[in-house]
Design a protein around this ligand. Structure first.
Ligand SMILES: NC(=O)c1ccc[n+]([C@@H]2O[C@H](COP(=O)([O-])OP(=O)(O)OC[C@H]3O[C@@H](n4cnc5c(N)ncnc54)[C@H](OP(=O)(O)O)[C@@H]3O)[C@@H](O)[C@H]2O)c1
Length: 324
């Protein structure tokens, strides 16, 4: 049985990755800042939870010892420049060093669509710039490893904080003023991303592969908001009026959301990220390189959006982020 250390294994994508790895016969260790964050994965057989400060380089190197592979899913969506650098730049550097010193052969790093590894300073948001720098560091320091970098578009699936939140908002409010309404996305199913992680760990040989992870269809944000309401049965399946708001109003809305407790539903940095189309790059390798044919959004989202209560979902997302 092979051993894998997962960083960020308690999160939305991480939980699906853990489940798939256990099913595939891996011995999984989930490193978490707090054991309680792992309660929904700790029941899985052949999975161990280890409380660890992943930013402590020495502790990380000890945790990597004896592992055949490491998967990095740690990321933040909101924060200061220093927080983005710590999570997306310094941590990958420490992971690379830990893998090298512990003799780990494989690393899978989850990045994001829209990064620019050639010009890491070019993307318009702190999120994308720090993700770009993190990738550049891994490419420079992991030449001996089998390194896979996955760049997903927005990820949907049961428990997402994307379609679920838009559907819940429309169950509560009579209309939706929407920032970035025309921004384009190519949503990918969380199970397809998790399958890509498993297949990347199973590939033989060293070297780097960078793959984009996108679904089969492109949508504007406005279309996705409308689809979420329709599939959730909001207003008898009619949804709510959704209208785009101008840039100045979007910035004001984001600034106000940032001032509320908990993770904001939309920050100014998120708005900046949406200036880059979140769609597949022509010519870039994608999930088909791993033999994965990505699933379409609507048949899957219909299943999970038709359940759940709006206030529970909205408060849940905000409170969970606040008390983490
Ligand atoms: N979800 C999407 O739509 C999407 C789209 C594109 C790319 N991605 C990428 O996919 C990966 C997983 O995303 P996700 O949606 O699953 O994220 P998530 O649910 O927010 O989980 C992130 C995990 O990172 C850990 N973490 C968060 N902040 C941390 C910090 N400051 N220091 C150390 N660990 C921290 C947490 O683990 P503990 O609390 O257990 O320590 C958490 O389980 C990320 O790299 C993300 O950028 C996601």
């Amino acid at each position: 049985m092979k051993n894998v250390l997962i960083l960020g294994g308690t999160g939305f994508v991480g939980s699906h990755v853990c489940e798939k790895l256990v099913r595939a016969g891996w011995n999984v260790t989930v490193a978490t800042r707090r054991r309680s964050h792992a309660r929904h994965v700790m029941h899985l057989p052949s999975l161990t939870v280890q409380e660890l400060d992943v930013h402590d380089a020495a502790a990380l190197a000890r945790a990597a010892t004896g592992q055949d592979a490491v998967v990095n899913l740690v990321a933040i969506l909101h924060g200061t420049q220093a927080a983005f650098d710590k999570a997306h730049v310094e941590l990958p550097q420490k992971i690379a060093a830990a893998c090298t010193s512990a003799g780990v052969g494989k690393l899978v790093h989850i990045s994001a669509l829209g990064v620019n590894v050639q010009k890491p300073g070019a993307p318009p948001s702190m999120y994308l710039r720090s993700k770009s720098l993190g990738e550049a560091i891994l490419l420079a320091s992991c030449s001996q490893l089998a390194l896979t970098i996955l760049r997903p578009s927005v990820i949907f699936g049961a428990g997402d904080k994307f379609l679920n939140v838009f559907a819940s908002l429309q169950k509560v409010f009579p209309f939706m003023p929407l920032a970035g309404a025309e921004a384009r996305f190519q949503p990918v199913w969380v199970e397809d991303v998790a399958a890509a992680v498993v297949k990347s760990l199973e590939r033989s040989g060293a070297g780097v592969q960078t793959l984009e992870a996108c679904g089969p269809e492109v949508f504007t944000l406005k279309q996705l908001v409308e689809i979420s309401a329709k599939l959730a049965g909001v207003n008898a399946g009619q949804g709510r009026p959704v209208f785009g708001i101008p840039g100045w109003a979007a910035t004001l809305q984001a600034r106000m959301m940032e001032m509320m407790p908990g993770a904001p539903l939309m920050s100014r940095d998120n708005l900046a990220s949406m200036q880059v189309a979140n769609v597949a790059t022509p010519g870039m390798p994608d999930l088909s390189a791993l033999g994965i044919q990505p699933a379409a959004l609507q048949p899957i989202a219909r299943d999970y959006l038709s359940q759940g209560s709006p206030w529970h979902d909205l408060l849940g997302v905000r409170l969970r982020s606040h008390f983490r």
